[in-house]
Design a protein around this ligand. Sequence first.
Ligand code: GDP
Ligand code: MN
Length: 386
Amino acid sequence: MDLLEYQGKQLFARHGLRVSDGRVASTVQEAVEAAAEVGYPVVVKAQVLIGGRGKAGGVKLAGDEAAVREHAGDILGMDIRGHVVRKLWIEHASDIASEYYAAVLLDRSAKQPLLMFSTEGGMDIEEVAEKTPEKLVRHHVDALEGLSRAEAVDVATRGGADADVIEQVADALLALYEVWLAEDATLAEINPLIVTPEREVRALDSKVSLDGNALYRHPENQGLSDVENIDPIERRAKEQGVQYVALDGDIGILGNGAGLVMSTLDVVARAGGRPANFLDAGGGSDAEKVKQAVELILSNENVKAVLFNIFGGITRCDEVARGLIAAFADLGAGGQSIPFVVRLDGTNDVEGRRLLEEAALPNVHPAATMNEAAEKVVALARGARS
Ligand code: GDP
Ligand code: MN
């Protein structure tokens, strides 16, 4: 779950990282009021879940009210690589002497937290890592011991932070590690971490991702996901307790069990198709749940064909068939224009297939194996006859 800049900064402040005073604004008028409160000059910043806002024109300095009006008006509604700006962060502007970079993330291959620091902040850190890797210090933290002050000082020193701010940079690194650990973040990044001409170290930007599965431990963070532009179908699925992830293809997928759904995505891709979603109907799905899942899949307008891949265990194939039949009944006399390929195997599969055959649903095609099902659905999505 990715956070907007200002939300990340709220978490930073909670753990003692220095940030600038700022306010959220959704209209030009609110932006003007916010600027008056934090004091000029201010920075008007687009709040979208994507980086590179500065280059895209989504970060602008404003010295007076007229400038705030102009920039807020320009930035609100702006489309930054597919993200429409609905919120601004108005922050008291900082003078900048240096721009550093700092991040804590989970290094999955090393199975350890990774602390990174560089004095080449403000720019694309991937570029720094690629072209001048010696300028990016990488330090694995012992998860049980935690990050010590001595380690943080060492990282700041090796990274080449100015001598007079080493202690402050170390404080920032310790606080950032604390944010990552205490908030169950998967990523906590500051770019840039600035040094002001007055030699004060401060986070000027934030990029924080929280672990959605750990959110139950942080009731105070639960509201943060609401501002995200979650896919509306994903939101509905969440409310219904269905595991659904939107993808960008045109073949709707339903399976039972995350592993089976993952391999179904692979098989469809190998057959030359592009899945429109991941949907795990879960174990023991009853007819009602299957019906809901069909509705979710079909509410995506891109879907041209649907693949049902069920391996019955706890889930009974006859229940799945009943759900599909009920869903089709609800679709009404207008009929079902989207073809379904259905593979039922396992518990009560014979009964399930018999029910489907009896119902004689238009546009429902049985398949005996997963590969056959994938090939059929890809052909149907292409408009070919199976
Ligand atoms: P990003 O482009 O999405 O990473 O947005 P940032 O928040 O990092 O802002 C982009 C750039 O704008 C920063 O690297 C700074 O150079 C500049 N910037 C942001 N805030 C301020 C500020 O308070 N004062 C000054 N002088 N520049 C700022
Ligand atoms: Mn940035």
